[in-house]
Design a protein around this ligand. Sequence first.
Ligand code: ATP
Ligand code: MG
Length: 321
Amino acid sequence: MAEALTSIQLTSLPRISQGKVRDLFSLPDGGNPTLLFVTSVFLTVDAFPDRISAYDVILKNGIPTKGAILTLLSAKWFEVLSSRVPGLKHHFLHLGPPPASGLSQEEQQMLRGRSMTVRRLKIFPIEAIVRGYVTGSAWNEYQETQTIHGLPQPAGLKRCERLPKPIYTPSTKAELGDKDVNISPDEARGIVGDKYADRLEELALACYNAGAAYAEERGIIIADTKFEFGLDEETDDIYLVDEVLTPDSSRFWSKADYETGRDQDSFDKQVLRNWLTDNGLKGKPDVEMPPEVVEKTKGRYTEVFKLMTGESLEDVLKAAN
Ligand code: ATP
Ligand code: MG
């Protein structure tokens, strides 16, 4: 029987917010606001399976090691993108909490691999989505109006076809429990302001292009992804924040299996999505995954980590704090 979702508590650090799969804690700082960014944690006595959501609903039980996979993969991407996107700044400082953060041994053990120290920034209230392929809500819109987020597209695109070039297709950033709404770049401009709109679009496209090229060399198509950006209000610099190019924020497809004209299996959550739909559980609350769905999903996340980083999760976890 899965335990109810229990939030992680850290004795020495105040929690400042909780999203669907993350908890953010305020760290003591010497004038530079920093956060401990924790993915994810259902707390049980001796295991820490990590939260997973599908069709916008959080499952009742979790996927062990998923939090570490998302954290360690994001850390890898910050390194890769820094070297491939000129001028890119990002919020990642280091894995794990800073040495003197007053955490107990047990808390440090629980956080292993699934936390990182980041700069605390003012988040732009949009999701900077970039699409290289037409699928999901973009495919639905395209079929009706031949547009994607209001942007006109060529006629005759097939389901999941590669777009002539990647496009910036932002959405609103909804509060917990609400749904994000697709908007046009012009509407996003109205939200973030003229001063930042062009730079955000340019950065989002540059990060997607660099990431997609890197992934394609490793046999993975990044069909689309969502970035978030934050502002350092003192220096007026824009930073790439949040998780980056993970299976939770992106659609990853296998290049070998890719074919237009039909849906593609997503690398990570397909097993879970199929099980939910086959059992009439899509979008229902309080659903508990059976052990084989947990194991298979964990296997997919681990596989994508290996393909993308070239390293085994075990080895990277050993070195992580
Ligand atoms: P989902 O990712 O499932 O759509 P969510 O984004 O609301 O849900 P989480 O990913 O669980 O929730 O939480 C991460 C939160 O932390 C997001 O609200 C994100 O905007 C915020 N965040 C990310 N990086 C920073 C940062 N450097 N400073 C401040 N807030 C940040
Ligand atoms: Mg998020």
